[in-house]
Ligand binder design. Structure first.
Ligand code: DGL
Length: 282
């Protein structure tokens, strides 16, 4: 690897409809703090779980295009299950940059369940996708997979990140279809990137033996493979020395800079996303 290669700081673009993608951004940023990150959230299209697959695809293409017009991007992470299960093949056709998606962790859940009953907690759109039927067929045909879709839970995660209280009673009501069954799933797949942000609240309502499982580790592994030339620890240490990180700060983009988006500035800053700018999708 040449000095010039080491001076190139790869740019990762992480996209979602809202704050959910932060549950994927965070482990990436913690693992490789010296890469350059852009976090783009399409809050004007939120929630994606209420949109058709075509509309989600159209918005994501416009969002990635809009960011690429401002900045050269080396890798895109679609940090949203609803979007990935709808649009990944189309996005990979449309863009030459590598694209990593997030899909519900059905396979690892099928490997660890003891009772054979798995819960899939995702948006109402995700639980109905043909892609999910295929995943279950392929990796969990021997299990009973109970699907529960909730947009309310997505909204609660958005509220929590804005420092609003999350009511245990509301979470209980959302999970009621599982809680009132004789056999509650022993392994629950958090099939929406917003839901790991509510892990503590979900665990409070579920029995302590229930395992919650998300897709962040799988995404980190996949990004590691694609960025191998940039990501080994020795090169990372050298890059830290060579590169003045303050020269090109990590940035966030939203599609509507309203009061609710502006309220995220403090949180984004905590994740070292130093600026928040509006980006339009026309
Ligand atoms: N974070 C998204 C996901 O992983 C969905 C949220 C939404 O409905 O916009 O599915």
């Amino acid at each position: 690897m040449s000095l010039q290669d080491l001076q190139t700081r790869p740019t990762l673009l992480v996209v979602d409809s809202g704050v959910g993608g932060l549950s994927i951004y965070q482990p990436l940023w913690q693992r490789w703090p010296a890469l350059h990150y852009l976090y783009a959230f399409d809050n004007a299209g939120f929630p994606y779980g209420d949109l058709s697959a075509n509309e989600v695809s159209r918005r994501l293409i416009a969002l990635i295009d809009a960011v690429q017009q401002r900045q050269h991007v080396h890798l895109v992470v679609v940090a949203c299950n609803t979007a990935s299960t709808a649009a990944l093949p189309l996005l990979r056709q449309r863009f030459s940059v590598p694209i990593v998606g997030v899909v519900p962790a059905i396979k690892p859940a099928a490997a660890i369940t003891r009772s054979g009953v798995i819960g899939l907690l995702a948006t109402p759109a995700t639980i109905q996708r043909p892609y999910i039927d295929e995943l279950i067929q392929q990796f969990a045909a021997h299990c009973q997979v109970e699907r529960l879709g909730s947009i309310e839970l997505v909204r609660l995660a958005e509220a929590k990140v804005r420092d609003q209280a999350v009511s245990t009673a509301v979470i209980e009501k959302i999970l009621a279809p599982w809680l009132c069954r004789s056999q509650v799933p022993d392994t629950i797949v958090l099939g929406c990137t917003h839901f790991p942000l509510l892990s503590a609240e979900l665990s409070k309502v579920l029995s302590p033996e229930v395992v919650l499982i998300d897709s962040a580790t799988a995404v980190v592994r996949q990004v590691e493979k694609l960025l191998r030339p940039y990501c080994n620890d020795q090169q990372q240490a050298l890059r830290n020395k060579l590169y003045d990180l303050s020269r090109q700060v990590n940035k966030a983009y939203c599609t509507r800079l309203d009061a609710s988006a502006a309220a995220l500035r403090g949180t984004l800053h905590d994740y070292q996303l130093m600026t928040l700018q509006a980006i339009s999708l026309d």
